[in-house]
Ligand binder design. Structure first.
Ligand code: VAH
Length: 317
C-alpha cells in the first residue's frame, strides 16, 4: 500500500490519481491534516495524518500495511519565510518522523526536494546534481537537510530513500500555496478570466519550471527504477526554464490583448534571484531514462485549454 502525506497540497491529488491507476484505487491512501473535498474523499482511501504525531504515523503504516510513502507535507519557500518556526517543525521534525517510521518498517520513501535547495553561491547556469548548496530560505535549508538525512539513512540503515529536486511545478486543476513560482500557475487563470495578470517577479526572472504531468511521471519512474540503476539518492529533473515575460509572450499568441503588469514583491524576488536559472538533469536521463514531454508551447496550450479559454486550442483538439 502507498501512503501520500500532505496529500491535499498542489501535487498530492494528482499523484494519487496516477498511482491509483497503476496500483489500484484501494492501494493508495491520501492523507493530510485538513478535510478533503467530497470529490477527493470519494475518489479513494483518505486518512487524517499529522506528521508531527509519530504515533499516528506508525498506526497508519501498521493498520494499512503501508510499504511506500510519498512525503509531501511541507511549507514552501515564501510561506516558510513568513513562519520559520512552523516550517522548521513541519519540514524538519516531520521529516525525522517519516524517516524513522520508514526505517522501522523498511518502507520505500520518496521525499521531494526542489530548485530551492540551492542558493546564491551554487552554480546557477546550469546547476548540477552535486555542488555547493547554501540556500537562504528555511524551506531550502530543510530540503537540503532532507536530502542529507535520506542519504544517511540509506547508507546507515539501508533505507530505500529516493528524492527528486523539482522545478517550479505548474498545475491547472490544483492550487499551490506559499511558493515563489506560483505566479506561473496564476497567470493562466487570470489571463483567461481577466485578460490580464499582475506579476510579483521582475519580467526577466528566469526559473526552471515543469508541468505537473511530467513531475508526477518522473516521481513514479524514479520510484519504480531498479535500485541498481540509481547512482544517486537525489536527482535534479528538468523540463524548461522561462521568465514572466517569456511565458506572457506565449500566452499572447493565444489570447490577443493579454496584458501583464509588474508589482515586484522583494521577498519572493530575492528568493527567485538566489535559485538556479537552468537545471542540469543529465544523471536522471542517464541512470533511469528521464525525459520531459512538456516544453513552453505545450505547457501554455494545455493550461489555457484547461481554463477553457482558447477557442483555437479547443477546435484543434
Ligand atoms: C516554491 N513551488 O516556489 C515551490 C517550489 C521550486 C519552487 O519549491 O517554493
Amino acid at each position: 500500500r502507498v501512503l501520500i502525506t500532505g496529500g491535499l497540497g498542489q501535487l498530492g491529488v494528482g499523484l494519487a490519481n496516477l498511482l491509483r491507476k497503476r496500483f489500484g484505487k484501494d492501494n493508495v491512501i491520501l492523507s493530510d491534516i485538513r478535510k478533503p473535498s467530497d470529490h477527493v474523499f470519494h475518489s479513494g482511501p483518505f486518512v487524517y495524518s499529522d506528521i508531527l504525531d509519530y504515533k499516528n504515523l506508525r498506526e497508519i503504516v501498521v493498520n494499512h500495511r503501508v510499504t511506500w510513502v510519498f512525503h509531501y507535507s511541507a511549507l514552501l519557500s515564501a510561506a516558510g519565510e513568513a513562519n520559520v518556526s512552523l516550517a522548521r517543525a513541519i519540514n524538519i521534525t516531520g521529516l525525522h518522523n517519516v524517516l524513522d517510521v520508514a526505517a522501522e518498517h523498511n518502507l520505500r520513501l520518496f521525499v521531494p526536494s526542489t530548485i530551492g535547495a540551492f542558493g546564491p553561491t551554487s552554480p546557477r547556469n546550469p546547476t548540477p546534481d552535486l555542488c555547493t548548496q547554501r540556500p537562504r530560505t528555511i524551506y531550502g535549508v530543510s530540503k537540503v537537510h532532507a536530502e542529507l538525512m535520506g542519504e544517511y539513512y540509506h547508507y546507515r540503515y539501508g533505507l530505500d530513500f529516493r528524492c527528486l529536486r523539482y522545478p517550479g511545478i505548474i498545475s491547472a486543476d490544483s492550487q499551490c500555496g506559499g511558493g515563489t513560482t506560483d505566479y506561473a500557475v496564476q497567470i493562466f487563470h487570470d489571463a483567461v478570466k481577466n485578460g490580464k495578470f499582475e506579476c510579483y517577479l521582475k519580467p526577466s526572472t528566469r526559473l526552471p519550471m515543469m508541468y505537473i504531468d511530467d513531475c508526477l511521471r518522473a516521481t513514479l519512474e524514479v520510484m519504480e527504477a531498479p535500485a541498481e540503476a540509481l547512482s544517486l539518492r537525489t536527482y535534479n529533473v528538468n523540463a524548461m526554464s522561462f521568465s514572466p515575460e517569456e511565458v506572457a509572450q506565449e500566452v499572447l499568441k493565444h489570447i490577443p490583448g493579454f496584458q501583464i503588469t509588474y508589482n515586484v514583491d522583494s521577498v519572493r524576488q530575492d528568493i527567485a534571484d538566489s535559485w538556479p536559472l537552468n537545471f542540469d538533469d543529465s544523471n536522471a536521463r542517464k541512470d533511469w531514462g528521464w525525459k520531459h514531454d512538456f516544453d513552453l508551447p505545450e505547457l501554455v496550450m494545455t493550461m489555457l485549454s484547461f481554463h477553457g479559454s482558447d477557442s483555437r486550442v479547443a477546435q484543434a483538439n
